[in-house]
Design a protein around this ligand. Sequence first.
Ligand code: FAD
Length: 338
Amino acid sequence: MSADVIVIGGGIVGCALAAFLAEGGAEVVLYEREAIAAGASGRNSGVVQDTLDPELDALYEESLEHYRTLGHGFELPTEPAGLLLVSDQPPEPVAGATYLEGPALREAEPSLADGLFAYRLETGRPVPPAAAAHAFAARAREAGARIEIGAAQLRDGSVIVDGEPRPAGAVAIAAGPWSAELLPVPVSALWGVVVEFELPEAPRHVLEEAGIKALTGAGGIPDVLFSAVTARGISSIGSTFVAERPDPDALAPRIVANATRFLPALADATPRGLRACARPISADGRPYLGLVTENVAVATGHGPWGITLGPASARLVADQLLGRPAEIPPALNVTRLS
Ligand SMILES: Cc1cc2nc3c(=O)[nH]c(=O)nc-3n(C[C@H](O)[C@H](O)[C@H](O)COP(=O)(O)OP(=O)(O)OC[C@H]3O[C@@H](n4cnc5c(N)ncnc54)[C@H](O)[C@@H]3O)c2cc1C
């Protein structure tokens, strides 16, 4: 059977694409080579938050709206937990943020070590890491999309799975960092390891080591930075930023040692889980969205923010494929590569 659209990749972006396309009336088949949310979409830190990049504001705001009405087992916290950018040095000012130190910081976030400095932003909604991708997959199935397990290749614009051509009117590539194996887009993997704890007094806030913005900046990428996101009592402590697929067991002690500077309770805590996954990093820190040829579209390159931005990106690309007016901003449009 010929599909109107084949989606390649069953992460947050591919599942949301399949849902929007099927709800828009298209016959959709999604191919995922392993399992839904097998990549970063199932193993991330689990926070939906302001990326602090004005070019991404509209995607963030629209994605919040999608999450508010997603259902299918997904619950977006009504209020943000608050994001604390923490540092052991007096930090650079952060626009729109409240500065905290000493007793004020201790009162706001008792889990933190003494002697730290922080800027607080009213953002950060923790969600279980795989919840968004699974909810969009359920919504896609409900709208009639077929989700199949199989590794897809693209040859001359046609999809091949298990050596067999799979005819389709159009193809949407949402294969995360592996999109570069299917199309000539400059997206690469930046691997992160996350260690899970169930702490007796878990952080109330989303915590990030000040400097995490370096991820999308020009100054290069440090290989370990502290972050902590607590969803439903489980704290995901991160993370690493390395180009090669890491051995999580080898990196976990460094992650925990770095994090213990901020969260002293970790010194006596036993990890309950460990996971690694790859951020799809674009050349300029922003996603690549839209048609690459007449019938092949891409949606990848969301870097550290795919859960936060994926739904709105998928909606834009789905609209373009459905022939609806779709205003993909120039800073996010894949045409900026040409
Ligand atoms: C440690 C870590 C923490 C993170 N924390 C957050 C966070 O708190 N908030 C946030 O917003 N973002 C976070 N991110 C980023 C976010 O997880 C990613 O940007 C997002 O999951 C990418 O989604 P995706 O759908 O583009 O790709 P993926 O989730 O990688 O999905 C791509 C899928 O395509 C499949 N695939 C690949 N090639 C093929 C093929 N040839 N055929 C069929 N299937 C194929 C893969 O198996 C995979 O399932 C984090 C990332 C990491 C690494």
